[in-house]
Design a protein around this ligand. Structure first.
Ligand SMILES: Cc1ncc(COP(=O)(O)O)c(C=O)c1O
Length: 329
């Protein structure tokens, strides 16, 4: 059935993002997936695998830990595949995402942030408890299932190649489970491509080493190493502070008219660091992982940004036509 499948999203050239850079930069618009994020692909791949291996049938129950987007995508998949879905979320998940999951008929189970701030560990513990409480239920296991990277090997990367004409020097992806990264990396290696993959992570994430720290914006980073990360071998890792994610988001929306979420803002910030020293004319692609609509009360809200980060939401060189007080609220 056609509606079960993720859609092929457009890949567009962006030319206004950075001043003075003579690169060809392409944005893969996964915010146009039916549930607004790349996780539409992941959810489809994970559920396909469970059905194919007989672990899940119509009428069954799936349980998954999610910071929002995978939950929304699984909630939709659960409707069209006639299964029940319990989403385990934490206090960082935004209310709009939870309301969307509920609108699709999912149950939402929220864990409290533990004293050490490790929400991911708390969510995964809760998933294990719920699996024990619901006999016959299964978890889609986005953190360890090979079906996660396979979805990106089979769809995300081939679409990026088709949409850009290939010959990419750089691909920037944000990292959470590392499924997108690992799938794209497998494609690059199997096809002998010279594309360098840049993993964009959050400051305070343990994905590529370092200590777990407080992270407020959902979508990227991890407080506990997911199993899939063992296969993640990016050419470069850039860790981005949350205020720079905000500024990256705002640059993208003001210069290119693309309203994206925090992880895409992180990618924009990472590109701003890496690309000035790349050879002129480099061919670059990045994934616009999700829509910015659920971030209107955070990333795009000047008051929230100032009170949370004690910093200005836009760098003084950006958005100079915005009057003091800004117009992002
Ligand atoms: C908003 C967002 N950021 C980042 C990612 C990359 O996450 P992962 O490493 O789990 O593939 C996704 C994946 O769908 C996403 O939806």
């Amino acid at each position: 059935m056609e509606t079960l499948n993720p859609v092929v999203t457009p890949t567009v050239r962006v030319s206004r993002l950075f001043d003075g850079l003579e690169h060809e930069i392409y944005a893969k618009l996964d915010l146009l997936q039916l549930t607004g994020s790349t996780k539409e692909r992941t959810a489809n791949g994970l559920i396909d695998e469970l059905f194919a291996t007989g672990q899940l049938r119509e009428g069954g129950t799936i349980i998954e830990s999610t910071s929002g987007n995978l939950g929304i995508a699984l909630a939709r998949q659960s409707v069209v595949r006639s299964v029940t879905f319990i989403a385990v979320v934490d206090e960082n998940a935004n209310q709009l995402a939870l309301d969307i999951m509920k609108a699709y008929g999912a149950s939402v189970d929220k864990v409290q942030t533990p004293a050490d701030g490790n929400n991911l560990a708390a969510r995964r513990t809760r998933v294990r408890e719920l699996l024990a409480e619901h006999p016959g239920s299964v978890t889609t296991n986005q953190y360890g299932s090979p079906a996660n990277p396979r979805a990106h090997f089979q769809s995300t990367m081939p679409e990026i190649i088709a949409g850009t004409g290939g010959n990419l020097d750089y691909l920037f992806v944000a990292t959470s489970t590392t499924g997108t990264l690992v799938g794209c990396q497998q494609y690059v290696r199997q096809h002998g491509l010279a594309t360098k993959i840049v993993a964009v992570d959050s400051a305070g994430s343990v994905l590529f080493g370092g200590q777990a720290g407080v992270r407020r914006l959902p979508g990227l980073g991890a407080g506990v190493l997911p199993e899939l990360a063992a296969g993640a071998e990016p050419d470069l890792v850039v860790q981005v502070e949350e205020i720079d994610m905000v500024r990256g988001c705002r640059l993208l929306v003001r210069r290119e008219g693309i309203l994206a979420g925090a992880s895409t803002g992180a990618i924009v910030a990472a590109m701003g660091q890496v690309l000035p020293s790349a050879p002129a004319g480099s061919r670059v692609a990045f994934v616009v992982h999700d829509t910015g609509v659920p971030y209107l009360k955070t990333v795009y809200n000047d008051k929230w940004v100032r009170s949370t980060f004690h910093a200005e939401p836009e760098e003084s060189t950006q958005g100079s036509e915005t009057p003091p007080g800004g117009s992002c609220e």
